[in-house]
Design a protein. Structure first.
Length: 404
């Protein structure tokens, strides 16, 4: 009901008779998205021209080139993902509207102001330093929901960058600050809007993770430079009695595709369990595209299995095509599931797996059709050296399979 009420406000706000179209003022902007507990999630972007802006999250720069104007309203569609910003533009220097994901029925209040360079507002200097490794537990008081993570942070004065790694991936490029003994970090990419707040002392932190204004959970962390997560290659595996992966899912033309098809015969195959809505899947897809461009071989094939929350298969394939077009993906992506990204339902479609724990998950198959390794999750560019290690390990393992 809240979504429909907010969307109705948006329709009224943007469809009434307006004056001639305005344009976004060129330069830096500060945006905020509403979270729970009266918190706001800030991020910065720079307007380059009437059709291009760049969103910043620490080292990440997201180029946005789908901007449309109508009278005094603007629609900013983020690349790849379905989410978009729809706002009323005033004098070219302020925005007031919503961050919208239609398929999820979410409309989150959004504002932006021109000429503001800071991310978080601070009034006093940092009294603690969070630089280093933090052993973290999310939802620590819930036996059913708690999970481990590795906080990796760099602090320079009051400014902080870093990420939280989990066994299923990372929370991407987080950027923020420390004010007194309070740390705040945020990230926005068009799929997710993340905010982390924490009270910190020299060795512990206690905080809250917010995703937009629809979800929150607590976390606790302690300094532990030696902490490591479980091995990502050991979390998902074939059930006893299986040594092969089998499936048949449709492509955009309605053709059923399976690993027994001629295009995969006698080849090393990487099967990617993914979704177009998933930032870690985006990072993995970018790397696969990069790898294929640098290692063109007839002896290797990639295939994606998409698990989509889009309510219709037509919309799901539209999202898949948008992803492929944006990233230059040449390998097939099949529609394994639509209407839900539920992992239990996904596992039912691949019953030989012990579970589908994460999107993405990569399954490595040798030339004889035998599953040789399953890698759960993806440590993307935000993890720094870990991302470099992943790329090195990937090339090494694929090279081994190709030489067999």
């Amino acid at each position: 009901m809240r979504y429909f009420l907010l969307l109705s406000v948006a329709i009224c706000l943007f469809n009434c008779k307006q004056p001639e179209s305005e344009k976004l003022e060129k330069g830096m902007w500060r945006a905020t998205i509403e979270a729970q507990d009266s918190e706001v999630l800030p991020f910065n972007f720079e307007v380059v021209n009437d059709s291009t802006l760049t969103v910043f999250n620490a080292e990440e720069e997201i180029k946005v080139d789908e901007i449309s104007f109508k009278n005094d309203s603007v629609i900013i569609k983020l690349p790849v993902f379905e989410g978009y910003l729809k706002a009323k533009l005033t004098a070219g220097k302020s925005l007031n509207g919503f961050f919208i994901i239609d398929e999820l029925k979410r409309a989150v209040p959004f504002k932006a102001e021109y000429g503001v360079y800071h991310r978080f507002e601070t009034s006093k200097k940092a009294e603690v330093n969070v630089d280093g490794i933090w052993e973290t537990t999310f939802s620590p008081d819930s036996p059913e929901d708690k999970y481990k993570a590795k906080g990796i942070f760099k602090q320079n004065g009051d400014s902080v960058t870093g990420t939280f790694r989990t066994t299923t991936g990372d929370y991407r490029f987080l950027e923020g600050s420390v004010e007194g003994n309070t740390m705040k970090l945020s990230a926005f990419d068009g799929a997710h809007a993340f905010l982390f707040t924490a009270d910190v002392n020299d060795s512990t932190m206690t905080g809250t993770f917010y995703s937009g204004n629809h979800f929150k959970e607590s976390f606790k962390a302690k300094r532990n430079e030696m902490f490591e997560l479980a091995d990502a290659d050991s979390l998902t595996f074939l059930k006893p009695g299986y040594d092969a992966l089998t499936f048949a899912f449709p492509d955009a033309s309605g053709n059923m595709v399976s690993l027994s098809d001629a295009q995969f015969k006698d080849k090393v195959v990487v099967v990617q369990l993914m979704g177009t809505w998933c930032p870690n899947c985006l990072d993995e897809s970018k790397y696969f595209v990069e790898y294929l461009k640098a290692n063109n071989s007839d002896d290797i094939a990639f295939i994606g299995l998409a698990f989509e929350y889009a309510k219709t298969k037509e919309k799901a394939f539209e999202n898949i095509q948008r992803l492929k077009s944006r990233l230059g993906i040449t390998y097939p992506i099949l529609l394994a599931q639509y209407g839900s990204t539920n992992k239990e339902s996904a596992q039912e479609k691949l019953p030989m797996l012990n579970h589908v724990l994460s999107y993405p998950t990569a399954i490595y198959i040798d030339k004889k059709g035998k599953v040789r390794k399953i890698h759960t999750g993806f440590n993307g560019p935000a993890t720094g050296d870990l991302y470099d290690d992943y790329k090195s390990d990937f090339k090494s393992f694929i090279g081994k399979l190709l030489n067999e």
